[in-house]
Write a protein that binds this ligand. Structure first.
Ligand code: FAD
Length: 396
């Protein structure tokens, strides 16, 4: 074969890398290690919570990748990586060897970083920051919430998966409450003073939901320091205690644990990479893509994970052929939905300069503060079109 590549994780970054490696050179042996048969995306999971989408519409399988493209899907969790021996050990004990390894495990919750929030707590106060059973649990809790109940969301400090995600989530839940439980309220307790597209979100909240959503930032005492999952109470840094009807904790995060097993993480739990190839800065022949990496100013988005997956595929295909990796640039657009016909976006374009990732000056930006209802409606439509297009680009 033209080389053996093992990819751990079949989400936005990993499944993209698998597809684009095979497209560049079908003779490369590509094995995708991913325990699930059907991947549910975090993008648009907020629309499911808001009642605008069916759960199955955010699920995607691997048949297209394993069919004509010839990717091998191993349904297993990777347990360990030996970067010297170039092997991946699976939970079953089976060992896969590689010439190049791509790690795309996304994030894991940093259980223990927030007092009271462990795996058992997540069954009572879901994070729903990985789509699947957690998302369905949160939805069921919302449906059981009494009219007049309070939905509390605790938002983490940077960096975390999907900077606009918590704010799109409360927008969609506001839509659900306004239409089903109009006496209910939303309280956002935030560990930071500023968030992505803040001005646009807050203007949209006022326009669509009046005073339904209250947001409290860090300096207002918004940082949650303790969670009691049994009483659904949270305590803030300033000592205030809030009781929720439904409590959604978006907890502190780090790279998926397999990255730590592969010894590619830093003290903060994220993976430093060489910008040109997304190869680990510490272990040769291990490339890392997506949320697990330190790629700022690129955000931890599915859009970026997809773009990074393509760059890694190009770099690996070139290196396996004895050529040097091309010089990349990346783009990102994060669409957020505030109401069914009210979309906003933030975009950026990035390149490599002096071994760092930089935002290209004058590129990107956010939606205009003043815009017609028609403009907001079109951005909502662009968001839906983006989702359909990227899902097809990744899973087929
Ligand atoms: P993932 O897509 O999470 O994939 C990781 C995969 O690795 C998983 O399938 C997991 O099963 C697998 N895995 C982990 N460990 C192992 C192991 N040891 N062995 C085998 N497999 C393993 N981004 C956008 O661009 N647009 C949006 O609108 C958007 N909305 C979002 C809304 C919410 C509520 C959230 C939470 C996120 C949103 N995102 C959005 C962000 C997006 O979900 C992530 O940035 C994206 O999923 C990152 O891709 P990834 O490949 O790094 O990780």
């Amino acid at each position: 074969s033209a080389g053996r590549v093992v990819i751990v994780g079949g989400g936005f970054g990993g499944a993209t890398a698998a597809r684009y490696l095979k497209r560049r050179n079908p003779a490369i042996d590509v094995t995708l290690v991913e325990p699930v048969d059907r991947f549910y995306t975090c993008p648009f999971s907020n629309l499911y919570l808001g009642g605008l989408r069916e759960f199955e519409s955010i699920g995607h399988g691997y048949d297209d990748l394993t069919g004509s493209l010839g990717v091998t899907h191993v349904r297993a969790r990777a347990q360990d990586v030996d970067g010297v021996a170039h092997t991946v050990t699976l939970e079953s004990g089976d060992v896969l060897s590689y010439d190049k390894l791509v790690l795309a495990p996304g994030v894991d919750v940093n259980f223990g970083a927030l007092e009271g929030y462990d795996e058992a707590a997540a069954e009572l106060a879901p994070h729903a920051w990985k789509a699947g059973p957690q998302t369905r649990l949160l939805k069921a809790q919302l449906e059981a919430l009494e009219d007049g109940g309070v939905f509390v969301l605790s938002a983490p400090a940077d960096p975390f998966r999907c900077p606009p995600g918590p704010y799109e989530r409360v927008s969609m839940i506001a839509h659900y409450l306004k239409t089903h439980k109009p006496r209910s309220k939303i309280l956002v307790l935030d560990a930071k003073d500023a968030f992505s597209k803040q001005g646009l979100f807050q203007a949209g909240w006022t326009a669509l939901y009046g005073d339904l959503i209250e947001w409290v930032g860090l300096s207002g005492g918004g940082r949650v320091v303790r969670v009691d999952p049994r009483t659904l109470e949270v305590e803030t840094e300033f000592g205030d205690v809030h009781k929720a009807g439904v409590l959604n904790v978006v907890p502190p995060q780090r790279a998926g644990v397999i990255a730590e097993r592969a010894r590619v993480t830093n003290e903060a739990g994220w993976v430093p990479v060489k910008p040109r190839t997304f190869e680990s800065r510490t272990v040769a022949d291990i490339h890392v893509v997506g949320d697990a990496t330190i790629a700022a100013p690129m955000p931890k988005s599915g859009f970026c994970a997809n773009a990074q997956g393509k760059v890694v595929a190009a770099a690996i295909a070139a290196e396996l052929a004895g050529e040097s990796a091309p010089n990349p640039s990346w783009a990102n657009t994060c669409y957020s939905l505030i109401g069914p016909d009210y979309g906003i976006s933030v975009a950026g374009v990035y390149a490599v300069a002096n071994d760092e990732i930089v935002a290209i000056e004058g590129s990107g930006g956010v939606s205009p503060a003043e815009a017609s209802p028609d403009f907001r409606r079109r951005e909502a439509q662009f968001g839906a079109a983006w989702y359909a297009a990227i899902a097809e680009d990744i899973w087929g």
